[in-house]
Design a protein around this ligand. Structure first.
Ligand SMILES: Cc1cc2nc3c(=O)[nH]c(=O)nc-3n(C[C@H](O)[C@H](O)[C@H](O)COP(=O)(O)OP(=O)(O)OC[C@H]3O[C@@H](n4cnc5c(N)ncnc54)[C@H](O)[C@@H]3O)c2cc1C
Ligand code: SF4
Length: 508
């Protein structure tokens, strides 16, 4: 009996579980470009184009290997525009009575598949290094789920950077060496860029016609769209940028959109690269003496530590996690996140490169946009939906822990032991943004004062009951308490004025 094999847009790996479970001789692969997915939030046009182009190439590669593929293009007349709808349609055409699917990374889609009229057999996605069972076992009975301890388990389990059962170099984590301010001259030209081929050009025309008003620049389009290109991109980065990745991991520089970051999340999350191969490439560079330990450890930690941990949090906590709002934040996301006018240079730079490339690196996401949203009390779900829309690597499983947890503290401290908040000082130290800003980072009050400086204290005071007892925040509260009451009053009232301007839709 024929079965359908569902391959979603972020499951573009030849070894993805559903394909391994299927029989090439009798089963039919189903892939579909549908509106229900393409419009669940107003995705960046580059993200839609990347996924459709990569899906089309992956389908062609499967066909070349002898698979039967029923591929639905967005503009196909018979398109039902939902994944379950396409499964029902293809089941009718082929006589299939069952579907095999690799578990999607989004609860919305998992439940849509569970409710599909054609029975769907969901198999766990084993492209990740930690299965649900492994994460749940690690989490069981722990008071706090801290990434660092999970990471050590993953180092032991994978053997990456381990020597005789001990971490290479004697330390698990070299993060203290990875916080250097940005260098003056950058010796890396950024990620490898690919000229669009015929498949990509066709998709670009489709996306331009179908999604003309989504936030973001569709062109120039330079992404890799198949695994061969993604591997060339990875090799180029390992050779030219990995050695300096660690040192400048937290740095931000005007006009330098990528610095030494790997820009692989889009490819990894869609399945064009595999987590094991990227770690092995980095480890091989270290063993060959081509990259220092602080860079390679920092990179491998992001992959087997943060990436796996964040996914574990999503599935461990379930769908209600996304609705959390521990700090009761309700403000609307300001227009400057969508390119609206702002005098804040750090926000303008981060949003502009997000618009152009559907990319910003971790510190821009965490300490610029995320920090501002948290300090200003923006509704966490709006923040989540913004990140989900504007970044080409964004999917629910990887967003939830990062937005609801890491940046917005809306989970009440599951991911972060204290909120990631800072005044303008941090941005000033790690970037050159403040040199070109309408506001002065040195100014703490008054019309030219950096908004981060005002909102930082206001946030701490608004949430004093919750955070004053946190030993890691005691110093901040002690500093506030030493300020003169008049100064405290000025800061609070200027912060209130700033927030009122945001509420009135005025530019800040
Ligand atoms: C608010 C916020 C939203 C984020 N949204 C996403 C997202 O939608 N998709 C996504 O893949 N990452 C997300 N991240 C994590 C991280 O910022 C990106 O993975 C990274 O910036 C991608 O760029 P890169 O490939 O150049 O990463 P590099 O800095 O070169 O890091 C290497 C890889 O490590 C992994 N990684 C590093 N940190 C994390 C993390 N916190 N969570 C998961 N993986 C991590 C990624 O796969 C990344 O490609 C988010 C972080 C924050 C703070
Ligand atoms: S002064 Fe403040 S608002 Fe301006 S770039 Fe620096 S941190 Fe951002």
């Amino acid at each position: 009996m024929t079965r359908l094999v569902l391959v979603l847009g972020d499951q573009l790996s030849p070894g993805v579980r559903a394909l391994r479970e299927a029989d090439k001789a009798r089963d039919v692969v189903v892939m579909a470009e549908v509106r229900a997915e393409a419009t669940s939030v107003p995705h960046h046009p580059k993200k839609i184009a990347f996924l459709f182009a990569a899906m089309r190439k992956f389908a062609a590669a499967l066909e070349a290997e002898g698979w039967q593929v029923r591929y639905t293009r967005l503009d196909d007349p018979g398109n039902t525009h939902s994944i379950p709808g396409e499964l029902v349609r293809r089941a009718g055409e082929t006589g299939a009575a069952k579907v095999i699917a690799t578990e999607p990374g989004e609860f919305r889609l998992i439940s849509a598949l569970q409710d599909c009229p054609v029975p769907v057999h969901l198999v766990e996605d084993d492209r990740f290094l930690a299965s649900h069972a492994v994460f749940d076992r690690w989490a069981k009975g722990r008071k706090a789920l801290r990434m660092e301890y999970f990471y050590r388990e993953m180092r032991r389990a994978t053997g990456y950077l381990m020597e005789d059962g001990q971490p290479a170099g004697g330390k698990w984590n070299y993060d203290t060496e990875n916080r250097k301010p940005p260098p003056e001259g950058i010796g890396y030209a950024g990620p490898m860029q690919f000229t669009p081929d015929a498949v990509v050009e066709e998709v670009l025309a489709l996306v331009a016609a179908e999604f003309p008003s989504n936030f973001g620049a569709l062109t120039p389009f330079w992404y890799a769209t198949d695994s061969g290109q993604a591997r060339r991109h990875l090799a180029h980065w390992v050779t030219h940028a990995l050695p300096r990745f660690g040192d400048y991991q937290d740095a931000m520089l005007t006009g330098e959109k990528f610095l030494y970051h790997s820009v692989i999340s889009t490819y990894l999350n869609a399945g064009l690269l595999d987590a094991r191969e990227v770690c092995e490439a980095a480890e091989a560079a270290w063993r060959a003496g081509a990259a220092p330990l602080n860079a390679v450890e920092g990179f491998i930690r992001q992959i087997i530590g943060w990436r796996e941990y964040i996914r574990g949090i999503y599935f461990h906590h379930g769908p209600e996690y996304l609705e959390r709002n521990a700090l009761g934040h309700t403000r609307d996301l300001p227009a400057m996140f969508w390119g609206g006018e702002t005098g804040m240079r750090c926000i303008a730079e981060t949003v502009a490169q997000t618009r152009d490339e559907a990319y910003a690196h971790h510190i821009q996401r965490l300490m610029v946009t995320g920090n501002f949203a948290l300090l200003a009390g923006i509704a966490p779900r709006q923040v989540h939906d913004w990140y989900l829309a504007v970044y080409s690597d964004a999917y629910d499983w990887v967003m939830a822990g990062n937005t609801i947890g890491m940046t917005q503290f809306a989970d009440g401290g599951v991911v972060a032991s204290k909120p990631y908040v800072s005044s303008g000082n941090y941005i000033s130290k790690m970037s050159d943004y403040c040199d070109h800003c309408r506001y002065s980072v040195k100014q703490k009050t008054g019309p030219g004062a950096c908004p981060f400086n005002l909102l930082y204290w206001d946030f701490l005071m608004r949430h004093r009951d919750r955070f004053a007892g946190n030993p890691r925040m005691a110093q901040m509260y002690a500093t506030w308490d030493r300020m003169k009451p008049e100064r405290q009053e000025t800061i609070r009232s200027e912060a209130a004025g700033l927030l009122a301007r945001l509420d009135a839709g005025e530019a800040v």
